[in-house]
Design a protein around this ligand. Structure first.
Ligand code: FAD
Ligand code: PHB
Length: 415
């Protein structure tokens, strides 16, 4: 390129420097950091409204598509995916669940979500959803740049914020009207803002979840959340032939400490006998440990930088809310950006943080409550008895079950 430019003697030195600078600079309307569910869905929602975006992702496409995480999509998430024309494989391969069970004291109680709320959830792995979103985005000509770690967001208070990133060892920048920080808890977007401009709320729980994925049929046709003196356990699934199970573990535990047999034995001990007997075991496809935390940053907007999804908040997975909150955030954000570009209105952008946080805090509360109810805490003698009393109350009260079901299927998106 250098040779061509100078051989043709079309550029003098300042022009040549600018030319080279431009090679390292891209421009778009909305620069999106992160190709998790938040970033990918945002780019779809914007494209639907004719707004251009570019996604910068630190990892490779293969890495992003292989990450095993969430499994439960709320009704609102499912409806939005269908409305965007992104629900075809989900509707074919996903499994609709109208209820789930809570197990404690050797018994199993079903919460009939559909009867209590008229709604249900969809079992469809985040891995599959991510693949669908990536395929559809690329098929529509969308821009996703993989292996482009973002270093920082600069000048986010101005009308031309810049995302500084690396590609093949070169420092580059993406100039945009708005930046969406969809880069998860450890991302660069939130870290680009001075700490004194935000308020952080955080609670770290004194345990983690050890998860296994295995090609064995699920122990039950619906999810089972189990509270046991030895600790919490969750029986989930990805399909009729692939199960995802979790057991509460200590924070300093390591995957290397667990054989497959040790995992299955521990899970069996924490389930009611009727389930333990039916448990089918098999070799792991994957095993990992996830720490549990509740975390919220306020506000979610800093000038023309907007945070969405795990970049702005984390919930413990007990309530199956994280991915679904990422979806409601970007729904609000896309709506606000559409009002800006389409009608020159900035009022929805101004209200983004307030509106998103209202729904976020309700999910943070539910996830915290459900985590505290179901897990074993070593700190005192009384807490397990109180948990059992509350579980018995939920099992016996339709009002309590309705509260539980209403939160689990997902609260409505605000207007
Ligand atoms: P992420 O999925 O974390 O995506 C962020 C992206 O940004 C990543 O691809 C990352 O590589 C990229 N990135 C980070 N830093 C940079 C950088 N500097 N430059 C460029 N790119 C960067 N949620 C549910 O709703 N239901 C469930 O059932 C559920 N179960 C879960 C079970 C477990 C064990 C865990 C750990 C989580 C679970 N969650 C669940 C939570 C859910 O997985 C997350 O909330 C969800 O992934 C958030 O999406 P996101 O797009 O905001 O962030
Ligand atoms: C999962 O299937 O991974 C899963 C399901 C429900 C939860 C958390 C995780 O609450």
């Amino acid at each position: 390129m250098w040779r061509r430019v100078f051989d043709q003697r079309v550029l003098d030195l300042p022009d040549a420097l600018q030319y080279l600078g431009n090679m390292n600079r891209l421009r778009t309307q909305v620069g999106i950091i992160g190709s998790g569910p938040a970033g990918l869905l945002l780019s779809h929602l914007l494209a639907q409204r004719g707004i251009e975006s570019i996604i910068l992702e630190r990892q490779s496409r293969a890495h992003v598509e292989a990450r095993i995480r969430a499994g439960v999509l709320e009704q609102g998430t499912v409806d939005l995916l269908r409305q965007l024309g992104l629900g075809e494989r989900m509707d074919r391969e996903g499994i609709v669940h109208e209820g789930f069970s809570m197990a404690f004291s050797g018994r199993k109680e079903r919460i009939d979500m559909h009867k209590l709320t008229g709604k249900s959830v969809m079992i469809y792995g985040q891995t599959e959803l991510t693949k669908d979103l990536i395929n559809a985005r690329l098929a529509a000509g969308g821009a996703i740049h993989y292996e482009c770690p973002v270093l920082a967001v600069e000048e986010y208070q101005s009308s031309q914020p810049r995302i500084i990133y690396e590609q093949e060892g070169q420092r580059k920048e993406l100039v945009c009207d708005f930046v969406a920080g969809c880069d998860g808890y450890h991302g660069a977007a939130r870290k680009s803002v001075a700490q004194n401009r935000m308020q952080l709320f955080e609670k770290v729980y004194p345990f983690g979840w050890l998860g296994i994925l295995a090609d064995v049929p699920p122990v039950d046709h619906e999810l089972i959340y189990a509270s046991h003196e030895r600790g919490f356990a969750l029986c989930s699934m990805r399909s009729h032939t692939r199960s995802r199970y979790y057991v509460q573990c200590s924070l300093d535990d390591r995957v290397e400490n667990w054989t497959d047999d040790a995992f299955w034995d521990e899970l069996r001990r924490r389930l009611p006998p009727e389930c333990a007997e039916k448990l089918v075991t098999g070799p792991r496809l994957e095993m990992s440990i996830a720490p549990l935390r509740s975390f919220v940053v306020e506000p979610m907007r800093f000038g023309n930088l907007f945070l969405a999804g795990d970049a702005a908040h984390i919930v413990p997975p007990t309530g199956a809310k994280g991915l679904n909150l990422a979806v409601s955030d970007v729904y609000y954000l896309a709506r606000a950006l559409a009002a800006f570009y389409g009608e020159k209105r900035s009022d929805l952008l101004d209200r983004y943080s307030e509106v998103a946080l209202r729904r976020v805090w309700k999910a943070v509360r539910f996830s915290w409550w459900y985590t505290m109810l179901m897990h074993r805490f070593d700190d005192d003698q009384i807490s397990h008895r109180l948990q059992v009393a509350e579980l018995e109350y939920v099992a016996s009260s339709e009002a309590a079950q309705t509260v539980m079901a209403e939160n689990y299927v997902g609260l409505a998106f605000d207007d």
